[in-house]
Design a protein around this ligand. Structure first.
Ligand code: FMN
Length: 324
């Protein structure tokens, strides 16, 4: 299948694996790229330019296909070495960057000078338009269903994607709630040029996370995510567990007086414990409503082939068959 996104990124299938903290390592990114999509390494998980450089080298040893790097810009008192991370990915010849979080405007000139395609992930049409204005090549439109940070507007993809299609000139991919061939065809129907998946890729053989995390996704239904940190205007969709319930009780009792320090135990330093040690109840970790559509742990190749075959048959058989 060829779309503006496959042509722009030089990939076979219009499927991207979004950056994921402590999941987006070289093994997963390479598996997605080898299967014809775009795999993405998450820079902040590596933390330092040197470690990011090593991870890029590792990914390149595992695939000769294009892959990207996610740069998440978070407000922080002690920000990561963003200049060093950007310099490293440029020096290592990375061709695609997924930006997320704050406006990436400051980084656009240097990324564009180095012929890097920039896909900005955003949760609203106004932010997507801003990304277009500052020169991003594409956007990833993340609906309310998504795992991670859905923003504060709460607009699901059945509204957000057609709204994006009506307003944007640059290509966009759908993100949030995407799992299978149905998701891909629906995204294309609503004007997207492909889809981005996070949670679905965690439940694959190659995802380098603890088996408990994959089993937690299999056990979860679409009813099992919660929104946390809304009072701090840093809303995150996470899998429910005992720590999340504790966190939500604190939010309810402290109300608008709540501060980040009040919930440190439930949110800080959680990802390595969950993803590497398998302590899935340790704290709040991102998970999309799409968990309700995840029922197996295929290899990335099996997942991608299944998605593309299902999409092809929906288009050629079900949809074509409806035309009289
Ligand atoms: C465990 C997990 C960690 C994530 N970490 C990041 C991150 O560090 N940076 C980022 O831009 N997005 C992050 N995301 C969001 C994904 O890239 C993607 O936008 C989202 O998962 C799409 O929704 P879905 O989970 O319904 O597919 C994360 C998502 C998950 C599930």
């Amino acid at each position: 299948m060829q779309t503006k996104i496959t042509r722009m990124l030089n990939i076979e299938h219009p499927i991207i694996q979004g950056g994921m903290h402590y999941v987006g390592f070289a093994e997963l990114a390479a598996a997605v790229s080898n299967a014809g999509g775009l795999g993405i390494i998450t820079a902040l998980t590596q933390g330092t330019p040197e470690k990011l450089g090593n991870e890029i080298d590792k990914c390149r040893a595992l695939t000769d296909k294009p892959f990207g790097v996610n740069l998440t810009f978070l407000p922080s008192l002690t920000p990561p070495d963003y200049p060093g991370l950007v310099e490293t990915l440029i020096n290592k010849g990375v061709t695609v960057v997924e930006t997320a979080g704050n406006n990436p405007k400051a980084w656009l000139p240097i990324l564009k000078e180095n012929n890097i395609k920039v896909i900005h992930k955003c949760t609203s049409v106004r932010h997507a338009l801003k990304a277009q204005d500052i020169g991003c090549d594409a956007v990833s439109v993340d609906g309310f269903e998504c795992g991670g940070h859905p923003g504060e507007d709460d607009i699901p993809n059945f509204i957000l994607l057609p709204r994006a299609a009506d307003e944007l000139k640059i290509p966009f991919v759908s993100s949030g709630g995407m799992a299978d061939g149905r998701s891909l065809v629906a995204s294309l129907a609503m004007g997207a040029e492909g889809m981005n998946m996070g949670t679905r890729f965690i439940a694959t053989k190659e995802a380098p996370v603890h088996e408990n995390v994959k089993q937690a996704l299999l056990a979860a239904t679409e009813l099992d995510t919660r929104l946390v940190m809304r009072p701090l205007r840093n809303t995150e969709r996470v899998l429910n567990n005992t720590a999340v319930e504790r966190l939500l009780e604190k939010e309810a009792s402290l109300g608008k007086d709540i501060k980040f320090e009040d919930i440190v135990a439930e949110v800080a330093g959680v990802y390595p414990k969950v993803m590497m040690d398998g302590e899935v109840d340790r704290g709040a970790w991102s998970c999309g409503m799409v968990a309700g559509l995840i029922n197996d742990i295929p290899s990335v190749q099996e997942l991608m082939d299944r998605i593309m075959n299902e999409a092809d048959s929906i288009i050629a058989e079900r949809l074509a068959g409806l035309q009289t």
